[in-house]
Design a protein around this ligand. Structure first.
Ligand SMILES: [Fe+2]
Ligand SMILES: [Fe+2]
Length: 131
């Protein structure tokens, strides 16, 4: 069970991105469950790999959309890169409780400070194209 529930106000209006953002909440929920169950060794590496792949794929999808829709926001791209740098710093060979907690913190930061804030600026831009 994730700490946040998806709400319509979180949508950016592009179905592919909205599905990915929902997926982010799902992965955060998985992380929370693993931490609660204390079953780190079995699932930690798999979740870290999934999370890592997911974030890279998601940022690429988003940045491709920026180009497609003529959206320019260097601060947004810089934030993606900062998050990737934090992800790179995690020791993937020894993903213990500490590592999973760091990953959970990063996931929550990504959702609360980026997805529902910075990504919404892109959503506003897309809406302005329609009017
Ligand atoms: Fe996003
Ligand atoms: Fe983003």
């Amino acid at each position: 069970m994730c700490y946040r529930q998806w709400e319509k106000t979180m949508e950016v209006g592009i179905i592919e991105l909205d599905i990915q953002h929902r997926n982010l909440l799902y992965i955060i929920g998985l992380l929370e469950d693993v931490l609660k169950e204390g079953n780190y060794t079995k699932q930690a590496k798999r979740i870290l790999r999934e999370f890592d792949n997911f974030i890279r794929y998601h940022f690429k999808t988003e940045e491709d959309m920026f180009i497609k829709y003529g959206y320019s926001d260097q601060e947004h791209i810089d934030t993606h890169n900062e998050i990737l740098a934090k992800l790179d710093k995690l020791d993937k060979s020894n993903c213990d409780k500490k590592c999973l907690n760091a990953l959970l913190k990063l996931g929550k930061f990504l959702f609360d400070e980026h997805t529902v804030k910075m990504d919404q600026k892109f959503a506003d831009y897309l809406k302005s194209l329609e009017s």
